[in-house]
Ligand binder design. Structure first.
Ligand SMILES: *Cc1c(COP(=O)(O)O)cnc(C)c1O
Length: 416
């Protein structure tokens, strides 16, 4: 990949600390300022003392103790002024991801740090459902969510909440890809059943396989039906892996059909749980404006209400600790470990799936005894007797040493 970043830079520990301290100073200070109206405060200082010595050099933890509330969306209109210091850090981090990594033009997006990938995906579905309702008077039963069968369950969850149907596209067993024929058939059947508007999800790394859908394939099929559609990318898992490949990834906002994207920071980035990222192009977020939310300064445009500003600071600190080059290096190492594992499996003739450029290996279950899967905590595709796959995710803590033990035991089992 070409690494030209306008916002995402590596900083020194001193630079990070001073930026975060400045940001905290820019927020309301519940220790000194008179702030009578907020139903909020710093964390209880009997339990979380601000003077704890280890907080001094810990930007994320010290933000956590001051407990900023990032309620709302800070790329749009005005925001709660009490927390403007750390909201500025959130905007900074969104720029790193939206502009630098996913190539949207500066100022041309909205987004927020959501509580996770589930919410970010539901936020997208919600925006497009309401857009179709407002723009075309669409009825819920006329709107379909189009996504592969390997799609994360947050999509059917969102479909249920929003009372929309999910039309599920089968994938091929070996390649985990939707075929053009099956996409055409599923869309054709949905149209015949009265669907007129489509919200398509393209996975940039499915949870079980790490498989990556081709957004161009999806949109070209939808265009052939000449019906309104929107396309959302679910990069909850792959968002910090797939763009860091040797080949230039095409899955970004330079493709004008892509309207929004989900990326989790609490998976590959190892941020604290409660840290997802939602980004969409300008002009969409207002479809979910809740006008009744009048006590909050600024407009209510997000599914969640109150959320911790410390999560935004955590992402900012992680990204500026690595910088883009170090992050690329880290992902490259994980991919080398993945290559190592795949090579051993190839030598043993064990069937598995791996998306090139991703760090997940999903092995056919008939090649792995249950006891071994349990011992090494492999995750099954299904917790029923019909399970067909086990996955290994090459995270930071999964080292070749561990993989070697697994391979050795797998060999012994296959011999006996
Ligand atoms: C994990 C995951 C999600 C859901 O994310 P949470 O952060 O657990 O809510 C959605 N999509 C994909 C592809 C995922 O891997």
């Amino acid at each position: 990949m070409k690494i030209e970043m306008k916002f995402w830079k590596k900083l020194s520990p001193e630079q990070r600390l001073s930026r975060v301290q400045e940001a905290i100073k820019g927020n309301v200070n519940f220790f000194n300022d008179a702030s009578l109206g907020y139903p909020a405060s710093r964390l209880d200082d009997k339990v979380f003392p601000i003077e704890a010595p280890f907080l001094k050099d810990a930007p994320v933890l010290s933000t956590f103790v001051t407990n900023p509330n990032h309620i709302g969306c800070h790329t749009f209109g005005s925001s709660e002024s009490a927390f403007k210091g750390t909201q500025d850090i959130e905007r900074d981090v969104l720029n790193m991801i939206a502009v630098d990594l996913f190539k949207v033009e500066e100022g041309a997006f909205d987004g927020y740090i959501s509580p996770g990938g589930t919410e970010a995906n539901i936020q997208a579905l919600w925006i497009y459902r309401n857009e179709f309702q407002k723009k075309y008077g669409a009825k819920n039963e006329e709107i379909a969510i189009l996504a592969s069968e390997d799609t994360h369950y947050s999509i059917p969850k969102g479909a249920n909440l929003l009372t929309l149907d999910w039309v599920k596209v089968p994938v091929e067993m070996e390649t985990r890809q939707m075929s053009e024929e099956s996409l055409k058939k599923v869309v054709g059947d949905a149209v015949a059943a009265g669907k007129k508007y489509f919200i398509a999800i393209s996975n940039m790394g499915t949870t079980m396989f790490g498989s990556v859908d081709d957004p161009v394939q999806i949109t070209s099929v939808l265009k052939s039906f000449d019906l309104p559609f929107r396309l959302h990318i679910d990069g909850a898992y792959g968002g910090f892996v797939y763009p860091f490949s040797e080949n230039e990834s095409q899955i970004n906002f330079q493709n004008p059909e892509i309207s929004s994207i989900t990326i989790d920071a609490h998976k590959m980035l190892q941020a604290p749980y409660g840290t997802g990222i939602f980004i969409c192009k300008k002009g969409l977020m207002e479809n979910v404006l809740t006008t009744e939310a009048q006590y909050v300064e600024g407009m209510d445009l997000t599914l969640c209400g109150s959320r911790s500003g410390a999560n935004a600071v955590a992402v900012w600190v992680i990204l500026t600790t690595y910088g883009p080059h170090k992050w690329f290096e880290k992902i490259s190492i994980l991919k080398m470990r993945t290559n190592w594992l795949c090579k051993r499996l190839d030598e043993m003739g064990i069937p598995y799936f791996r998306e090139p450029e991703m760090n997940i290996v999903t092995i056919r279950s008939q090649a792995v005894p249950k006891e071994l899967a349990k011992k090494f905590s492999l995750v099954p595709e299904s917790h029923t007797s019909e399970n067909e796959w086990y996955k290994i995710v090459l995270m930071e803590h999964v080292e070749v040493e561990h993989l070697k033990d697994f391979i050795q035991e797998l060999k012994d089992w296959n011999k006996s």
